[in-house]
Design a protein around this ligand. Structure first.
Ligand code: 4AD
Ligand code: MG
Length: 497
């Protein structure tokens, strides 16, 4: 049996066998350091020249060669993972010479084309491990509270979140669609089980190439019978806090790999600030907020100049540098700085227009990414924006008894400018009111008769929400773009690999 690298710390002075891949290599004359990865960690394996056969094998193996390697464990605080291996045997299963992703810098397009290989990098692995932790915590939260998991169909006869983002599928000559949400079906199940949730892939033909949109994303959607709007809001607050805590508790090392500021995450606990849509508009238009944003724009301009100066310094340093490893590291830093500069340049250039637009934002318009960013930046916890205009929201949302122009819905915006991660509402439980909403929305009621039955037979107040897994991963990991939050992202303009 071979040993997993993550266990080496407990095996000082013992002889073990590792199975993995060559992640990197460094040579110091009569000694070669092989950096081996196996999915559980990295281990520095030391091969000495005295054993000529091993030394030759080590010399000839390139990055990502698959190998089996035996030796004696030596605890060493300086080594990655805290232990290294003094190699006594080495067998290369496949020697690789031309692995496309080197330690040098690559552009995002190149990495996306090689996503199947890019997954092997420590940073991508940290993100996907955190994704796993988020999904596990999300399911555990509902399981612990007595919710029943209900799997909802992916092939669906109609729209639930607007006809504009449907992917059509030919179903034996009939036109059906990929599910945008499981919600209508979990509503049915809630009337059977009381508390339910679904978790699965959902599809939106979003014709927007933003850092927040995928065409295929995963959503977890709880639905609760006999719940009112307040219950739904509280459930969302507790749910988000639970997930963040699970990641903080279980994934400190991964968050360090991502250089995530964990202090920002430690603040996430209920209650969250709540604003109505109308109050959010006041905030957007407020002169004090505007002043603050202008000041921030100045600060960002200064930051940009600082980065540009830093880039020049890094480039000069690279010119002078003689060591391969150091050069690679500098190339990587330069590439990252260039990307940061490009992003901030764009943001600084577009911001004056966004700020002007925010000042004159009209009641009835929907918030775009820019408005969401401005609003969420005013708080250090997720913020609940409630009671949007009926006209811009889905047909199933319950009209507010206090104001017929708005619905009892919420969008939860993540802090640090991440925007919406949850959309939810109390549902319209009155048959006539729901039929009226559907007619106003120009919907053909025929495919929804089953859904209307839920209002005919034992209708009760109920509600729920949907949390987008990828946007949550982006926020918790502190990523700039959603494309790294899912193993194989589907974006407008990307369906490979
Ligand atoms: O706000 P949405 O559209 O709500 C629903 O689908 C409801 N049926 C949920 C419910 O009440 N059961 O989507 C919910 C969440 C968003 O807040 C966002 O996190 C995510 O799904 N989402 C997307 N994530 C990535 N790419 C997209 N194109 C997304 N569209 C929505
Ligand atoms: Mg939404």
């Amino acid at each position: 049996m071979h040993t997993e690298i993550s266990r080496l710390r407990q095996l000082d002075k013992q002889n073990v066998t590792l199975k993995g891949w060559l992640y990197g290599k460094r040579s110091g004359g009569k000694i070669i350091f092989l950096l081996v990865r196996d999915g559980t960690g990295l281990c520095q394996c030391v091969v000495e020249a005295v054993n000529e056969r091993l030394f030759k094998a080590a010399e000839s193996a390139g990055q990502e060669s698959s190998l089996t390697i035996s030796g004696t464990v030596r605890l060493d605080e300086r080594a990655p993972g805290g232990a290294e291996l003094a190699v006594t045997e080495l067998s290369v299963s496949q020697a690789v010479q031309d692995y496309p992703i080197t330690r040098k810098a690559h552009g995002v397009d190149f990495l996306m084309e090689h996503r199947h290989l890019w997954l092997r990098s420590p940073r991508q692995m940290a993100i996907l491990r955190i994704r796993h932790a988020i999904i596990r915590a999300a399911r555990q939260f509902f399981d612990e509270r007595g919710f029943t998991l209900i799997d909802t169909p992916i092939l669906s006869p109609g729209a639930a979140e607007g006809a504009g983002t449907l992917f059509p599928v030919d179903y034996f000559g009939e036109k059906v669609f990929l599910a945008q949400t499981g919600q209508l079906y979990v509503e049915a199940a809630a009337m059977a089980f009381g508390k339910v949730y679904c978790f699965g892939p959902t599809f939106r033909a979003e014709k927007s190439k933003t850092r927040r949109h995928l065409t295929e994303f995963w959503m977890i959607e709880p639905e609760v019978a006999y719940a009112d709007f307040k219950d739904v809001q509280e459930l969302a607050e507790e749910f988000i806090s639970y997930i963040v805590k699970a990641v903080l508790d279980g994934h400190a090392a991964d968050l360090r790999t991502l250089e995530r500021n964990v202090d920002a995450l430690k603040k996430i606990a209920p209650p969250f600030p709540r604003l109505t849509y109308s109050e959010a508009i006041e905030l957007l238009r407020s002169p004090t907020v505007h002043e603050k944003l202008l000041k921030q724009l100045d600060e960002d301009r200064a930051k940009l100049n600082g980065w540009i100066a830093e880039l020049a310094k890094l480039e000069a340093e690279k010119e002078k540098s003689r060591q391969g490893w150091q050069q690679d590291k500098l190339t990587q830093q330069i590439q990252e700085r260039r990307e940061d500069i490009r992003d901030l340049e764009n943001s600084v250039a577009n911001r004056p227009e966004h700020l002007e637009h925010a000042k004159t934002f009209a009641w009835g318009d929907d918030f775009g990414g820019d408005e969401e960013t401005i609003i969420s930046q005013q708080f250090d916890k997720p913020v609940l924006i409630t009671e949007y205009p009926k006209k811009i929201k889905a047909f199933y949302m319950k009209q507010s008894p206090a104001n017929p122009d708005v619905v009892l819905n919420m969008d939860v915006l993540a802090p640090e400018g991440y925007g919406e991660i949850i959309g939810g509402s109390q549902r319209e439980d009155d048959l006539q009111a729901l039929e009226k909403r559907m007619a106003e929305a120009g919907m053909n009621p025929a495919p929804y008769q089953w859904y209307l039955d839920l209002r005919r037979y034992g209708s009760v107040p109920h509600g729920g929400f949907g949390l987008g897994i990828e946007r949550t991963v982006a926020w918790i990991c502190g990523l700039k773009h959603i494309r790294e939050t899912i193993p194989f992202p589907r974006l407008m303009g990307r369906i490979y690999p």
